[in-house]
Design a protein. Sequence first.
Length: 275
Amino acid sequence: MNTTTGYPASAKPQNMPRPGGRFLAFRSLAQTNPNATTGVVFLHGLMSDMEGDKALYMEQRCRMQGRAFVRFDQMGHGASSGRFDEGTIGAWVEDTLAILDTLTEGPQILVGSSMGGWLMLLAARARPQRVAGLVGIAAAPDFSEDLTWPALSQAQRQDVETRGRTEIPCPYSEQPYVFTKAFFEDGRQNLVLRTPLPFDGPVCLLHGQQDDTVPWDTSVRLADHLRSASVECILIKSGDHRLSRPQDLACLGRALDSVLERQEEEKRAVSSVPG
């Protein structure tokens, strides 16, 4: 049980094999409510894992609804194999797609926190028939290019070019962020805020206006770039980057419910159109 939230965890983590002898650790819930036909997949942030408050809150909400749910650790995070400094956005999204393809069935809502918000957009673009809706929590699309690279000193940029890596302190961990040249180069190949994003499902974006890691106007920009006409952007004036307070989690639950309700409305509208 998570001692912070008190939400019970699902069964012992399982491992999903990946190429090269790697594996992704995951936890999942099976659907028990025949009316809850849309599942939920939670994508954690950079140097976080699937055991955080938001992931456990989402799991408990889905358990109460009898809804299928999956949370997992990205490569180099938590209980999954691999080293953090071997990861790139492209590699993490490929693992996300493997989770989606292997562990889920039918339409899914992707809930992405920080970096997970970038990954959910790339996954939705790659699997438009599977991803039915999106919930962003301080979503950080394009952060490697728009936030991290500009914040590096000249010496750190030189380290990236000559040593292939640099380190900067992480405010959420004793371990520093290790950013590699491959990470930045790959990030530039996966930018999503330069052109309109071809996603038409319901979206809800949450962002704290006291976020000192990812500026809250990132979510506003993202809302503008999404092609969908069903986009909500909720700014929490006192919220920080983590958005893990009880009131933040309650807002997250309402956001998920809103996306699910709008998705169901869209399904009913489509089914009512004469063939």
